[in-house]
Write a protein that binds this ligand. Structure first.
Ligand code: IPE
Ligand code: IPE
Ligand code: MG
Length: 256
């Protein structure tokens, strides 16, 4: 007899993508280094291909009706990497902006950068400013690039803002904090994807991912294309989001 898992996999294969499309998808773009290593190339080579993969992915997600895409590009902890890799990544941001900004704008992408701007170079800040200003009127999809971002940093900076504004302890609630978080302009992510095979959050959206559906894949980020996106969206369409409640009409309840 086929196991529940096998039946689930068969349904996942046959369900057309987009049945229930997540409004907001968050992605930990992991695996660039291993992708390069398999090709006997330096890690930078993987990061460079990772940028091209991201640009393709934005379009694919937008075509499928996703409204917000938040990607983890550089974590608060990635400063621990060798200095040549860190400076390579910083340089790559500048290259990516000059190579792709016009295309993103033409494609209707609104770009937002989220993260701690305090230890980022003036050059980078200027490039981001340009990207955000040029694309602020676009509405096809919002791309939030998490750079020098950490979930713990985000909670802390939101608390600091509230304190600095003189908010009284009794007035601080989840809504007040959410508004001050880096992704205050977006709904919480519905689907949280991590490529590269690791099953951890690595200090990404700790507050916002409270009820995100998680999807982990072994696919290394530079290989993440339409097939992987559709697999993630199919899996999402089969999930029952209960947010702590009960739903007797849910697909899972009906399968039981
Ligand atoms: C993710 O890929 C990109 C960044 C963290 C900037 P990695 O560089 O972590 O690649 P792996 O995990 O070592 O393969
Ligand atoms: C998470 O990947 C950060 C980004 C993808 C930007 P890492 O490669 O830094 O995560 P760990 O170190 O494996 O947890
Ligand atoms: Mg990694």
């Amino acid at each position: 007899m086929a196991s529940d898992l096998a039946i689930g996999a068969a349904i996942a294969q046959s369900t057309p993508p987009g049945t229930t499309v997540p409004r907001h998808v968050a992605v930990v773009m992991d695996g660039n280094g291993r992708w390069a290593k398999r090709r006997y190339m330096p890690r930078y080579f993987g990061h460079k291909h990772g940028v091209d993969t991201l640009v393709r992915a934005i379009d694919l997600f937008a075509d499928r009706g996703v409204e917000y895409l938040t990607v983890f590009a550089f974590s608060s902890e990635n400063w621990k990497r060798p200095s040549d890799e860190v400076s390579g990544l910083m340089g790559l941001v500048l290259v990516a902006v000059s190579k792709y900004l016009d295309k993103l704008h033409r494609d209707g992408v609104r770009v937002r950068i989220v993260g701690d701007r305090s230890s980022v170079s003036e050059k980078l800040l200027q490039a981001w400013d340009r990207a955000e200003k040029l694309t602020e009127g676009n509405r096809r999809i919002t791309l939030a690039v998490a750079f020098n971002y950490g979930g713990r940093w985000d909670v802390l900076q939101a608390c600091r803002q509230a304190l600095a504004e003189g908010l009284k302890p009794e007035d601080l609630d989840e809504g007040e904090l959410t508004r001050r978080m880096a992704l205050g302009f977006a709904p919480d992510p519905d689907l949280f994807i991590r490529t590269g095979g690791e099953m951890r959050i690595s200090n990404f959206l700790l507050w916002q991912a409270a009820y995100s559906e998680l999807f982990f894949t072994d696919c290394l980020w530079p290989d993440f294309g339409a097939a992987e996106i559709d697999a993630a969206l199919r899996a999402y369409a089969l999930r029952d989001r209960r947010f702590g409640g009960v739903d007797a009409d849910s697909p899972a309840a009906q399968r039981a």
